[in-house]
Design a protein around this ligand. Sequence first.
Ligand SMILES: [Cu+2]
Length: 275
Amino acid sequence: MRLKKALLLGIPALLLASTSAFGAEPSFGWDVGVTDNAADGKKFLYYVYWMIAAIVVFVFVLMAFIMIRFREKANPKPSKTTHHVGLEIVWTIVPVLLLMTLVYPSFSTLFKQDIIKEADMTIKATGYTWHWQYEYVGMEDQIDEIISKPLSKEEAGEDKYLLATNAPLVVPSGTKIKVLVTSDRNLHSFSMDPFWVKVDAIPGKINQTWFEVYEGKEGTYYGQCAELCGINHYFMPIEVRVVTKDQFNSFVASGGDYASLPTGKNAVQTAALNK
Ligand SMILES: [Cu+2]
C-alpha cells in the first residue's frame, strides 16, 4: 500500500532531517548570542523551529496526499479499514523519539544557567517602583551605585525609547559576572534577553544569575523588567553597556564617569548625560 510506504519512509526521513538540522544557525533575525548560555539557548530554539517546520510540511503533504488518493471519485467502493497496528506503533514511537531528542539540549541548557559560576565580579540589581539600581558589590568605595532611569523620547530617539537609560550598568566583557537580584517593594524581573538572563526580583529575597559576554562583543544591550509590576512597569528598561576590561578599569578609576567611556555607538546616552 502506497500510504504505508510513504509513512514508513517519510517519518524516519523527517526525524533524520530535523536531527541533522541541530547546530545549523539560521538567523531568524537574531544574533547567535553574545554569551555561552545565549548561544546554547538559541541553538536549541533553532532546532525546535526546524523540527516544527518539518512536522508542518510533513502533515500538509500527507493531508494533500490523502485528499487526492482517497477522494470519493477514485474510490467508488470505500475501504472499510479502521485500524492498523503498524501505523499505531509508528505514530506513537516517532513522537516519543522526537521528544527524546529535545530532552538533552533542553535540560543541559537549563542546568548550565542554573549553576552560578565562580564570579570575577558581583553586581547587585535592585528593582524600585519604578527604576533599577545597580551596585558593584565590594567596590562601593570606588564607585557609587547607579540609579538607572529611562530617557525621554526626545533624548533616546524613537527606536531606543524605553530601552535607553540616563545611566546604564557598565560591565567588562570576558568576565564572569554574578548578578544578585532583589526588589525594594514589589515584584520585578531582571530580564536581559541578549544574555539569556531572566530572574525574578522579590522583596526580602536575593536571587542569583550570571553572564559573561564574549570579548569582542562589546556594545550596548537592552532588556526590560519582565514582571507586570505596576503602573510604570514599562518604564523600567535595563541598559547594559559592555566595555573592554581596560575601559572598565578607567571607568572605575574615574569614579563611574560615563564620559570616560568610548562614545560613537553610545553617543545618544552620553550626550544626554552630559546635559
Ligand atoms: Cu518592574
